[in-house]
Structure formats: C-alpha cells, structure tokens
Design a protein around this ligand. Structure first.
Ligand SMILES: [Zn+2]
Ligand SMILES: [Zn+2]
Length: 257
C-alpha cells in the first residue's frame, strides 16, 4: 500500500502546503482540500481516482472537490465516482457545484456520483473490493469521522480533525501508519481542547495506546510552527517509535509480506 500526502496544511494555506488530502495507492482519496486536483495531475493520478472519503465538511477538507469535478467535466470523465462523508454531503456538494455555474450543476457530468452519507457512530464500508474501510465519529465542533483503511493486512488510520478520544485509539489499533492531526502546540492545550484539535503530545499518547508502528503528524497550524517543532522533541519520550512530520508530496510505502 502506498500513501501519498497531497496536502498537509492545517487551518490555512502556506507557500509549501495545500489543504488536507491523502492518496492511497492510485484510487482512494482521504479528504479533498483545495489544491488536490493540481497535485493529482502532477503525480499522474487524476484519472485513477475511484473513491473519496471526506472526514468532515469544514472548508479546508473538502473545497477541492469542486475543482476536481470541474476537471472531470471538462476532460470528459466517464467512470463512476463514489463520495463518502458526513450527513448533508450530497446536498452540500450539489449546492456549491451549482454555484460554479457549470450548466445544470452536477447534471453536466458524464458519469454518476454515488454519494454515501455515514450514519451512526462507527461502521464498516463495503464499497471497495480491495480495501476494508472502517470509520468512527470523532470529537470536533461539527460531525467528523476518522477512517481506517486495510488492505492485505496492512493498515493506515487517518484522524481527520478531532481532539484525542478513545474511539480513535480503538480505530487506529495496531495500525502500520497512524496519521494524526496535530494542529495546536502543547503550550496551548486548552485552546486545542476548546476547538476540537490535538496537540503533538495528545497525538503521541494516542499513538502509544494504539501500539501503531509509525506516527505521522499532519494539519499543523502555520500559526504555531516553531512551538510544534519544540513539542516534537518532547513527544519522542511518549511514543518511542518513528514519528514523521508530513510534507506535501511525501510518500510512504507499507510493504506486503
Ligand atoms: Zn481542518
Ligand atoms: Zn475541522
């Protein structure tokens, strides 16, 4: 399984980072922030996307859908697309795409979009033949999900936006790669708690509890880059396996035995 970090920014864009999106192999996208379409073109994976799992409907995590659909319209995509995410997903995407003035809104597309809105606190998706995708509801100001993707016994878990919680620890249990948001530095833990985000220490404590192999921190707010860098050194005492800071276009491979 190959993981490509297309966008890794937290809260706002920077010169080097676009909004969150993670590509699994060449077919599955986790989140689709602004900038995703151009990154997919850059790595030659634009036409292979089959499924998009959105963690939640904060703008930084899904505004890339519209340039992606616009691209698919003008390049005559024919194959169906599945978009998975929280309730009001279909209505929200239809409404915003209509505002782009594509004639007839989504009807302009020459392929079908299958929307799947997640209900309940957790579950298993049986949409993709090659992957088993589990999801669990997170702790964020709006309805938000984390996803666990499993293929041939290899596991990646992505937190989306959330404060630390037991459902995420359970979902990421024994994952090969645990991708966890780390928006706000340890010094401002109360601020993180108030706005439903993790600190590096919070992410590391969960990583230790999951017994994952590798922790990748994403969605670091550029308002706190220096403080986060300081926190990273401290969290090595909490989680003593590999810790990485995600960068745009960074790739990781989990080898199959
Ligand atoms: Zn976010
Ligand atoms: Zn959010």
């Amino acid at each position: 399984m190959k993981i490509t970090f297309l966008g890794t920014a937290g809260s706002i864009l920077t010169a080097k980072k676009s909004f969150p999106s993670i590509l699994i192999d060449k077919t599955l996208l986790l989140d689709c922030g602004e900038g995703t379409t151009q990154k997919l073109i850059k790595i030659n994976s634009i036409d292979t996307i089959k499924t998009i799992c959105l963690t939640h409907l904060h703008g930084d995590h899904f505004m890339g859908i519209f340039s992606l659909l616009w691209h698919f319209w003008l390049t005559n995509r024919k194959s169906d697309l599945t978009i998975i995410g929280p309730s009001h997903l279909e209505e929200t995407i239809k409404k915003i795409f209509a505002l782009t003035n594509a004639p007839g809104g989504l009807k302009v597309l020459q392929f079908k979009i299958h929307f799947k809105e997640l209900i309940g606190n957790d579950g298993i998706l049986e949409i993709l033949s090659e992957y088993t995708i589990k999801y669990a509801v997170m702790d964020h100001p709006i309805l938000a999900f984390a996803y666990r993707v499993e293929k041939n016994g290899k596991i990646v878990c992505y937190s989306g936006d959330t404060k630390p919680n037991q459902r995420l620890i359970d979902l990421a249990n024994k994952s090969d790669i645990f991708i966890c948001e780390s928006t706000i530095p340890d010094e401002q833990a109360k601020f993180a708690d108030k706005y439903g985000h993790c600190t590096p220490s919070g992410a590391a404590k969960m990583a230790r509890a999951t017994d994952c192999e590798k922790l990748v921190l994403v969605h670091i707010s550029p308002f706190f880059t220096e403080e986060i860098d300081r926190s990273i050194n401290n969290i090595k005492k909490i989680f003593n396996k590999e810790i990485l800071l995600a960068e745009d276009l960074m790739t990781l491979e989990i080898r199959h035995k």
